[in-house]
Design a protein around this ligand. Sequence first.
Ligand code: HEC
Length: 136
Amino acid sequence: MRSSLATYLGIFASVLWIGCSGPKVIEPVPNTSTDSVSSVDVVEHFTQGSGIYVRENCANCHGEAGEGTKRLGPPLRNLGEHWDRARLETFLLDPGKVEAEDQRLDELKSSYWGRMTAYPLAPEELSALIDYLFSL
Ligand code: HEC
């Protein structure tokens, strides 16, 4: 399981690496490896995801490493239990769409003071952020 996930991420990160021509927010980690699909690419993908998490202030409500805060936002652990990629994308782009039909989120909302707002991220940033979230 772990190794197939790592392979998937490796391929994904390298496709992203090749296809990514837009401005980079996070300075890439220098690639000192001679492998074509290297673990450095995967690390960079996660670095980008965690960088977006910090840049967008997710940590203010959800904690530095997704452990949650007492009042503002729930922990972001084991998200795979409740989310698939597509639904999580929709949620981050437009939380109201998903919240309206999800009783669990509705209950979470009443337990915390924070509110999710829309995060209109570019597809490649959204993808890196979601990989990071699933890794927490
Ligand atoms: C102002 C506080 C606040 C900020 C900032 C915030 N969130 Fe949230 N988040 C919440 C609250 C409160 C909930 C509970 C459900 C709801 O309100 O929709 C939540 C729910 C979530 C969930 C679903 C959790 C679950 O148990 O299924 C995810 C995933 C999530 N947030 C990710 C993020 C990410 C990623 C960012 C930054 C891009 C972010 N949040 C920014 C407050 C916040």
